[in-house]
Design a protein around this ligand. Structure first.
Ligand SMILES: CC/C=C\C/C=C\C/C=C\C/C=C\C/C=C\C/C=C\CCC(=O)SCCNC(=O)CCNC(=O)[C@H](O)C(C)(C)COP(=O)(O)OP(=O)(O)OC[C@H]1O[C@@H](n2cnc3c(N)ncnc32)[C@H](O)[C@@H]1OP(=O)(O)O
Ligand SMILES: CCCCCCCCCCCCCCCC(=O)OC[C@@H](O)COP(=O)(O)O
Length: 377
């Protein structure tokens, strides 16, 4: 292990990164709260400010992936579509098999200049996660309870609010609805069988209602669907803890741009279209597993310095007072104050560890895990 790698694996480094993320994140959440009165005066100004504030948080995680772990993200796509990325609104459909797939998605958002305004259809539970979840309220992220009876109205309403969004955005949709596990796969294939649909080898059966409602409500607002398939080389199983430890991964993303006009308007036809898309995606995965690459040319946009500069800014701002505080604490000699500070740091570490836990598949939800009574077609 080289010296740099040894340094990256040190717990103290992880503590520093997490401290900067947590404290800056809470400060930014507070600033976001202060923009509330502005929404009444100028909604568009408030939205623009919030995209910048949101960028200050999410780009720290992107910086950890790009600059700290040095993970390589390669993009396979055709050059004609490439020119449009970042210059139009789009719905991104992505496979959901990896703990850091959202982070790789964010990396591409960063490289195409849409990180601050990026959106997702996220499970409601994530809205309670400090920093990220709280930031999402102000970025008008669409939350769902994964209960269609309740979601059908709220999701449609939140999507309609995006119709006059002042900046280009990508709206991410994990149609599988949950992370891939062998058990969830087996159950969803039973559902596929009961519906007379072909089996998928590498994906869960997509949930079609969220896709349909998104396409319907964003018609006229977004120009295309970016069908995206992500994989990691050499069967890597990347984790956020791995990224924090400076582990380098190799992500390959295959993106096809599909103009929105090609997607059927009627719910049943739209659902059938999505099932066909997932069968194609399954084929791309299989092709990747066999050849180690996707079809088409590589058009990888380079990393930009802004995420790193943002992190350095917050690190300088927050580490200096921390060092002063530590020096005062030690020189004070008060055992009680020292113990209280250690307890506070431990609580913060446990908090961040819990946040990281939200990304771990082993601690994932039971959604899609329950056998459903099957009605045969
Ligand atoms: C150039 C570069 C391009 C790309 C770069 C890539 C990406 C960057 C883009 C943006 C980045 C932005 C942000 C990223 C940051 C962070 C994101 C992190 C995480 C958030 C993600 C999540 O939280 S995922 C979970 C939430 N999302 C979803 O669930 C979406 C999909 N779900 C749906 O659409 C659902 O339909 C629903 C949620 C709207 C409603 O769910 P519900 O369960 O109530 O209803 P369903 O209709 O789905 O279920 C009933 C029907 O399903 C059948 N069924 C039953 N069991 C199963 C099963 N196991 N599998 C499949 N189907 C099943 C059942 O039979 C019913 O069938 P019907 O025929 O009656 O419909
Ligand atoms: C700079 C680094 C600092 C690191 C510490 C911060 C970590 C906070 C990360 C919280 C981000 C939350 C995003 C989680 C995304 C995710 O993957 O959600 C899972 C859902 O799709 C589906 O859930 P499930 O049904 O459980 O599979």
């Amino acid at each position: 292990m080289g010296l740099v790698q040894l340094l990256k694996s040190q717990f103290l480094c992880h503590l520093i990164i997490c401290y900067v993320f947590l404290v800056s994140g809470l400060i930014i959440n507070l600033l976001q709260l202060c923009t509330l009165p502005l929404w009444l005066v100028s909604k568009q100004a408030a939205r623009r400010i919030n995209t910048k504030l949101g960028y200050c948080i999410s780009s720290q995680m992107v910086a950890a992936l790009e600059w700290w772990s040095g993970t390589e993200c390669t993009l396979y796509t055709d050059p004609k579509s490439y020119r449009l990325y970042g210059n139009e609104n789009a719905i991104v459909v992505l496979n959901h098999s990896f703990e850091i797939d959202f982070l790789c998605g964010w990396t591409f958002c960063e490289r195409f200049g849409v990180l601050g305004s990026s959106k997702v259809l996220a499970k409601k539970e994530l809205s309670y996660v400090p920093v990220i979840g709280w930031m999402w309220y102000f970025l008008e992220i669409v939350f769902c309870k994964r209960k269609w009876e309740e979601d059908r109205k709220t999701v449609a309403q939140s999507l309609q609010n995006l119709q006059d969004y002042p900046e280009n955005f990508w709206f991410l949709l994990y149609c599988e609805g949950t992370r891939f596990t062998p058990k969830k796969h087996q159950i969803s294939m039973q559902v596929a069988e009961s519906k007379g649909l072909p089996k998928l080898k590498h994906h869960l059966l997509p949930r079609t209602k969220g896709f349909w409602v998104t396409v319907q409500n964003l018609r006229g607002t977004v120009a295309a669907v970016y069908d995206s398939t992500l994989n990691f080389r050499n069967n890597e199983t990347p984790t956020l803890l791995g990224v924090l430890s400076g582990k380098k991964y190799h992500a390959d993303l295959y993106v096809r741009r599909i103009p929105l006009e090609q997607i059927p308007e009627h719910e049943v036809e739209c659902a059938a279209w999505l099932h066909k898309l997932y069968q194609e995606k399954d084929g791309f995965q299989e092709h990747y597993n066999q050849t180690g690459r996707y079809p088409g040319p590589i058009m990888t946009p380079p990393r930009r310095p802004w995420d790193l500069l943002n992190w350095l800014f917050w690190a300088c701002l927050l580490l200096y007072p921390l060092c002063l505080l530590l020096a005062r604490l030690i020189s004070s000699g008060s055992m009680l104050t020292i113990l209280a500070s250690v307890a506070l740091c431990s609580a913060a570490s446990v908090g961040v560890r819990w946040m990281i836990g939200q990304t771990e598949i082993d601690r994932g939800s039971g959604y899609g895990n329950k056998e459903v009574p099957l009605k045969s077609n």
